[in-house]
Each structure stands twice: as C-alpha cells, then as structure tokens.
Design a protein around this ligand. Structure first.
Ligand code: SF4
Length: 485
C-alpha cells in the first residue's frame, strides 16, 4: 500500500513519503504497567511528544506500509509487547486534549486499523490443504472479528482481545474466502468469539456467499461457537443455504439464577426456538454446558444436562475453571497453584453442592449420551432393546458391551488395548439419576431412545440402595421457559 493511500484512509493526515510516519504525528499521553497476572502495577504519564504509544502506532503504521509492499513477506504477526494487545480506549488519556486532538487521535487510530486490514492475505501456500479436513474436505480457519460485546463473567475474551468489539469489512471477508477457495480449501472454520453479532452484516455475507457458491461448494462451520442471541429464522436459513452445516451453541446452564449471576442475558425460549429451527433446516447441533459454575447445584447441572439430552443436539460439556483476570476471578487472591489449576482438565472447583467426582461423572455421562444420540436408529426405541441387538460397527458393539457390563456388575469399564480397565471415579448412582431425569433421549437425527427402564433397573438392582442413587422423583423435569427480556 502506498503512503498516499494511507493518508487518504487516515483522514486529515498526510504520510511522510520517506519515513512513512503520519504528519502531524499522533500523541498519546499515558501508559500502564501490569504484572504477569494482569494486576495494574502503576501508570505513567509522558510528555505528549514522548508518549510510547504514539511511537508504537507510528512504528506500526510504518511497518504495515513497508510490509504490504514487500512481496517476499508471507505472513505478518502483530502482537503486543506487554501482557495485553489492543485493550480498548482509556478515557483518562483524553484529559487535557481538545476535541480536535481527540478526533485527530481517533482518525490516526483508524488509519492504523486500515493499514493492518489492507495487508495482503496471509500466504498459506506452505500448508498442504489436506493437512486438516472436515468430513474429507480440505479445511482452513479464519476470523472476521475480535472480542465480544457480551460480558459473561466466566469468559476471558476481553483479557485476550480487549473490550472493543471490532470486525473486518465484508469485502475483506469475501476476498479471503475466495482466495482460500482458489487455493483448494473447501471448508472454513470461523474462529470468531461472536461471529453473528451484527446480524445484518452477517446476513449480507451469507447472501453474497450464496451467489458465489450457489450449490454449497464451500462448507462453513464455527467451532468456537455462536451466540444464539444473535440468530433468527432468516439468518439460520441464509446460513444453511450459504453452506453452514454445523451449529455450536452455548446454553451454559438452563438455570435462570446461574445465567443471571454470570451476566448472560440469554433466555431458554430464544434457545429452544433456535434449536428447533436449526434442526428443522438440517444443521448438526452441539450445545455446550459449563459444569461447576459458582451458584450451580448438582440438581441444576442435572437439569441442564437432561434438558439438552431431550433436544436433538449433541452434548458439549466444559468443566468450569477460573481464568485469571476473567470477571469471575477478579478480586480473588490467586496463588500459583490456582494458576496451575486454571485449566479444563484439572476439574479443580468443588463446592458444598458438588464434588470433583460429580463433575467428572457428569462429563463422562455426556459422552455416553452422545454415543446413543449418534446411533443409526429411527423412530422410537429403548436402550434395553438396543442392547440386545448385534451391531456390525465394532465401536458401537464395544459401547453396548460396556453398557451391558455396567448393568450386570454396577461398574463402568474403559475398553483399552490391554483389555477392560475399571473406571473407579465414575459414580454409577449419579449416572442412573441423570438417566431417570432424562427419560427419553432425542438423537441428532430426531429418533427417540427411552433410557428410563434401563436406569430404573440400575436403581432397583441389589447393587445399590435407593439412598445411594439419591433419586428424588420429579426432581427437575423441564426448566421453566422465561420470556425474552
Ligand atoms: S458470549 Fe461468548 S465470547 Fe462473548 S462474553 Fe459470553 S462467553 Fe465470552
């Protein structure tokens, strides 16, 4: 990109032809020092001509200009030199600035965004398109936006991407998709945190994709999830016609209190409407639940799990962990050990309402339910009948053998290359309780599998007392749907 182009994009500013710097230069007055845990250590004010942010932006602009013109450069990575990159505006730095100076600073900021956006697409020609595939199709990844306008308390998105939600231009998105198509890719995974927040823009993207790929020649997925708050019937139809095949949604919890205390403005009614329409269109849906959030009880987690099991969605389960500096963890005195435990597989959070083994059991239960949800069955059937059949697919037969072992011995086993190994952490009682609560599982293809009889046999088995099962009839049933706000 030529300096004149930058000057045009930068509004009232010229770009020095020799240095590539903006004229007049950008002035920023404050910078902050943060520790490794993101705690604010201090702030420093600079004489405006010496402001480090000013120098960094000028440098960034100069680098973007030079790199754009250099045909030997394949990929440009932009990263912050501190603990956070592009964390949003700090209004304090505007103290003492005139309106004109604020405007000037904003315009120069936009010039930098434009310069970065105008960089040529990353050159992925060193990758073999077939390195990653989605149902056999060469798969690549892209993003159209950064950050998220929502404020879920458990989420770390703002620590990573800042609070300012921003997106690329429609033309640029289409340009990248076209380029990847020409390079042989036939599937794209959008890794945005909130892909469809600007519904109208996203609808327009889909319309243009339909024109370009009228026979769904490209497949699109968004494995990082889509907020169901920004989906409606028209958008779902457009997405499907454009080539979207899967929908990853995040219910998080069907419990109203949990959603409210985690600052999620989502409602169950909106969720059910999206699931129903998407299933009708033919989407494969995965719905995520977070296991072990503060304010969850074992009952409320069972309720969410059962609720999704009765819908034609696969179950995604994410055990909760406290990401340092996420809103939910702020103000806590985290020790080094807490940082080590801040990962999904640690299953580190226990409360008076649930233990680590409870969370683990619910997690494994979702896997067993997904096994049933993916079976090639039609209509309505029940688990005991399915267990009596012979299955030609070896993995399916192994799954049913393990369920038979479970009902006969009261123990769950792993099938390993070294033979069967008992899973000692799995709480059969809790598993049976969840199945009774579910009653009937709805498969991804719409078929129904009743699991209640199987579970009641486990309950009445001599191996357990009803106290161990802990079953309370009518514990949860369907959570009540609330009205949208
Ligand atoms: S909607 Fe998703 S990405 Fe946005 S804040 Fe909530 S959890 Fe994070």
């Amino acid at each position: 990109m030529k300096p004149e182009t930058l000057a045009a994009r930068g509004g009232a500013h010229a770009v020095d032809e020799h240095s590539g710097a903006l004229v007049p230069p950008l002035h920023t007055s404050t910078t902050f020092a943060r520790g490794p845990d993101y705690r604010l250590l201090g702030a420093a004010s600079y004489a405006r001509d010496e402001a480090p942010a000013f120098l960094a932006v000028e440098e960034l602009l100069r680098a973007a200009t030079q790199l754009a013109a250099d045909e030997t450069v394949k990929v440009v990575f932009v990263k912050g030199s501190g603990p956070v990159f592009c964390a949003g505006a700090d209004l304090k730095e505007r103290r003492g600035m005139t309106r004109e100076q604020v405007r000037e600073r904003r315009l120069k900021g936009f010039a930098v965004y434009s310069a970065l956006e105008a960089l040529p697409m990353p050159d992925l020609s060193d990758f073999t398109p077939k390195s990653y595939t989605l149902t056999g199709k060469p798969l690549t990844f892209m993003i159209t936006s950064r950050s998220c306008p929502h404020k879920c308390s458990f989420c770390s998105v703002h620590t990573t991407f800042g609070t300012d939600y921003r997106r690329r231009s429609l033309d640029q998105m289409l340009e990248e998709i076209e380029l990847r198509y020409q390079q042989g890719y036939r599937a794209i995974d959008f890794e945005d945190d909130n892909l469809t927040y600007y519904k109208q823009t996203f609808k327009e993207l889909c319309r243009r994709l339909i024109l370009r790929f009228p026979n769904r020649q490209m497949e699109f997925v968004a494995m990082n999830g889509i907020s169901y708050l920004s989906l409606d019937d028209e958008l779902l139809e457009l997405m499907y016609d454009a080539g979207f095949s899967h929908l990853n949604l995040a219910l998080v919890s069907s419990d109203k209190t949990v959603r409210e205390t985690t600052k999620r403005p989502h409602t169950l009614e909106a969720y059910v409407k999206v699931v129903s329409k998407a299933h009708q269109l033919g989407f494969k849906i995965v719905s995520y639940q977070i296991l072990g959030l503060p304010n969850e009880s074992l009952d409320s987690m069972i309720q969410t799990l059962a609720f999704n099991s009765r819908l034609p969605v696969l179950l995604g389960a994410s055990p909760f962990y406290r990401t340092p500096n996420s809103p939910i963890a702020r103000g806590l005195e985290l020790k080094e050990s807490d940082f080590i435990k801040a990962r999904l597989t640690a299953l580190a959070i226990e409360t008076q309402s649930f233990t680590r083994d409870d969370i683990y059991t619910l997690f494994v239960t979702t896997r067993i339910i997904n096994f049933l949800k993916g079976l090639p069955v039609d209509g309505a059937t029940n688990l005991l009948e399915l267990m009596s059949r012979s299955w030609s697919e070896p993995r399916t037969q192994i799954g049913f053998d393990l369920l038979k072992q479970l009902s006969e011995t009261g123990r769950l086993y792993f099938s390993t290359a070294r033979g069967l190994v008992e899973n000692r952490k799995f709480r059969i009682q809790l598993f049976a309780r969840v199945l009774i609560e579910i009653g009937t599982i709805r498969c991804q293809n719409g078929a129904a599998i009743s699991v209640e009889k199987f579970a009641r046999q486990l309950v009445t088995s001599e191996k357990f007392s009803s106290d161990e099962i802990g079953f309370k009839p009518g514990l949860t049933n369907s959570p009540e749907l609330e009205s949208s706000p």
